[in-house]
Design a protein around this ligand. Structure first.
Ligand code: FPP
Length: 237
């Protein structure tokens, strides 16, 4: 392991942005940017797995992305399905456990089936947990969490006095995972864009100007190195 990665974050979350701009800069259709982005996903998963990161959450499709032109949405769904079909053997060989968060029920049936198949086949793995945020929105997750807490109160399982941040955590899609230590965003935008609104409260943010299709292993290592520098200065321990 390189000394850059001496203190590897347990959980890295990534907003993979800039696929469209990457394609536009090359005079290519947007979908080509997403295809190139899928290769960056493969590399990021392999790198995180090798570096000993325990959780990697990727913002692959937001609630708002449904509003894109149908052709782009369809292409993204097909790309996701194909990626899962093609890469599941690699995921399994790397001891990666696949999980998903978001309104998965809204995905096209064939995509959802492939996702569930990949999740089930990797369920016993105990290396990196790869969490795909799909049809995901932070506000929607919080609303679903509020509804779930409300049901628990109405059913008499808990009373109002028991509602704490920890209790609320246990009603979120992410209840099985720790909060991200490091959040990376590509393409230079300084926004959260409805990603893990609750969970990013104490995460370190790292923004690179590179578009997602250009994001390579050395960029990930640089983000981790920067996380280490900040941690040494501002860490709570
Ligand atoms: C943002 O770029 C990216 C997305 C909306 C989709 C992310 C999808 C992938 C990286 C490929 C497939 C994913 C997996 C998990 C295999 P953008 O289109 O918003 O770029 P722009 O802001 O430059 O237009």
């Amino acid at each position: 392991m390189s000394d850059k990665a001496e203190n590897v974050p347990e959980h890295i979350a990534i907003i993979m942005d800039g696929n469209g701009r990457w394609a536009k800069e090359r005079g290519l259709p947007r979908v080509q940017g997403h295809r190139a982005g899928a290769e960056s996903v493969r590399e990021a998963v392999a790198a995180c797995s090798e570096l000993g990161v325990k959780y990697l959450t990727l913002y692959a499709f937001s609630s708002e992305n449904w509003n894109r032109p149908k052709a782009e949405v369809d292409a993204l769904m097909k790309l996701l399905e194909r990626f899962l079909k093609d890469k599941t053997p690699e995921i399994l060989s790397k001891n990666v456990r696949l999980q998903a968060i978001g309104r998965i029920d809204l995905l096209p049936e064939s995509c959802r089936k492939q996702l569930n198949k990949s999740i089930e086949s990797s369920a016993e793995n105990d290396g990196l947990t790869l969490i795909l945020a799909l049809s995901y929105g932070g506000r929607e997750e919080i609303i679903d969490g509020v509804k779930s807490v409300l049901r628990a109160v109405q059913d008499g399982h808990i009373d109002e006095a028991m509602i704490t941040p920890e209790l609320f955590d246990s009603h979120l899609y992410t209840r099985y995972f720790p909060d991200p230590d490091l959040m990376i965003r590509t393409s230079g935008e300084m926004r959260i864009s409805n990603f893990l609104l609750w969970q990013l409260s104490y995460s370190e943010f790292y923004v690179t100007r590179k578009n997602w299709p250009d994001f390579r292993r050395n960029d990930l290592e640089e983000a981790i190195a920067e996380y280490n520098r900040r941690h040494r200065r501002y860490g709570k321990l």
